[in-house]
Design a protein around this ligand. Structure first.
Ligand code: PLP
Length: 395
């Protein structure tokens, strides 16, 4: 028998599986080009050529026993140095290899951070709407997730509600900017307020409260928007970074964590992250792709492709009566559903071959998430379906 905990997790995962199956079923009936799957955040922009070139070069040039061998659980020192130098230049920091742990993507990074800091019943605050997997990652280590309700006028974190949510058991606060699912970038003012509230709470409770900045979409920002770097605001900050979206490499499982020297108990935290990487079974981040990152540190995907998709979909949806904040980054749109019941709305959308995710999956009912990391042509073909869906609710 599987464990009781897993029974619940499997039951909760069935929505995504059902969506996937529904997509296949609809495609078999209507043809793939007539089914509009906005449900998955799987990047459609190709990785830069430099990635393929780096793979070939590394495989041809490296000693295979080194390339495919075990290493320090933190990852290759030269690669961590390259990342530290890159971040120092980009964000005016003073990092070195000892501040970086290579991880199996953002998900691997978040899990080793939470393993490192959580005792059972410790509380982790998240801001709705939030990436639903946070709930599972926190539950992996018997922590308690505390959801701060959204400010739906801006989708910036709700500061008054944050103050009310902080307790002596608060161990961490997770933020994600540019945000999945809203596409909002948390502003300089947001980060300043957040840092000051957390500093005050640390003083009041005499505890360390860690800020975990989950940043897989950092590079996907539009209209020359800047994405403030959380390390500049608050010492007890972990940066969790991933190349899943920034280089379109989600299957390769590669990313890193940054831990600043100023963090409370820095040495213990770094040792614990290494052990967590090992004992959670990641052991270390994939060796070949660490080396690829070392060579492709300056590479980027073409973000203009997502920006074009955003403009097309946002302009159409708002022109037919959807209320929606214009995303500043990531590749998601988060419009208000045309009826209160977001799950019923997404069910109805299927009648028009539109696969959308209910906002409830992100702790924000009454909204729906559309992942526009699909081809421009497919979005163009989907527009009449959205028009029909809107008309359906007008009648
Ligand atoms: N965090 C957020 C907000 C995400 O949207 C995702 C993936 O979609 C992840 C973390 C996990 O990313 P990775 O593939 O790097 O593990």
């Amino acid at each position: 028998m599987i464990s009781d905990k897993m029974k619940n997790l499997v039951a909760n995962s069935s929505t995504i599986r059902a969506m996937f199956e529904e997509g296949k079923r609809l495609a078999a009936i209507h043809g793939e080009e007539n089914v509009f799957d906005f449900s998955l955040g799987n990047p459609n922009v190709v990785p830069p050529d430099s990635v393929k070139e780096a793979i070939l070069e590394i495989v041809n040039e490296e000693n295979p026993n080194v390339l495919h061998g075990y290493m320090n659980n933190s990852g290759y020192e030269d690669v961590r140095n390259t990342i530290a130098t890159f971040l120092n230049e980009k964000h005016q920091l003073d990092l070195n290899a000892n501040n970086i742990v290579m991880t199996c993507g953002a998900a691997g990074g978040l899990n080793i951070i939470l393993k490192t800091i959580l005792n059972p019943e410790d509380e982790v605050i998240v801001f709705a709407p939030f990436f639903g997997e946070y709930r599972n990652y926190v539950s992996n280590f018997d922590g308690k997730i505390v959801v701060v309700p959204p400010d739906t006028t801006t989708f910036q974190p709700n500061m008054e509600a944050l103050k009310a949510a902080l307790t002596s058991r608060t161990k961490a606060v997770i933020i994600n900017s540019p945000n999945n699912p809203t596409g909002v970038i948390y502003s300089d003012s947001t980060l300043k307020q957040l840092a000051s509230i957390l500093e005050e709470a640390q003083g009041t409770f005499g505890t360390s409260i860690y800020l975990i900045s989950d940043e897989p979409y950092r590079e996907i920002a539009y209209d020359n928007a800047t994405v403030p770097y959380a390390l500049h605001y608050y010492n007890n900050t972990f940066i969790g970074y991933s190349y899943s979206k920034s280089l379109s490499l989600p299957g390769e499982r590669i990313g890193y964590i940054v831990v600043p020297n100023e963090m409370a108990d820095f040495d213990d935290v770094m040792s614990a992250l290494n052990v967590a990487n090992r004992i959670l079974g990641f052991v270390n981040a994939p060796s070949l792709f660490q080396k690829v990152i070392g060579k492709c540190i300056e590479s980027e995907v073409d973000v203009c492709i997502y920006e074009r998709n955003r403009d097309l979909l946002y302009n159409h949806l708002t022109s037919i009566g959807f209320e929606c904040i214009k995303p500043e980054g990531a590749f998601y749109l988060f419009p208000k559903t045309l009826i209160e019941d977001d799950k019923a709305f997404c069910e109805t959308a299927k009648q028009f071959n539109l696969l959308l995710v209910p906002g409830s999956a992100f702790g924000c009912p009454g909204y729906t998430r559309l992942a526009y990391c699909i081809s421009y042509e497919q979005i163009e073909r989907s527009l009449p379906a959205f028009t029909k869906l809107a008309e359906y609710y007008k009648n």
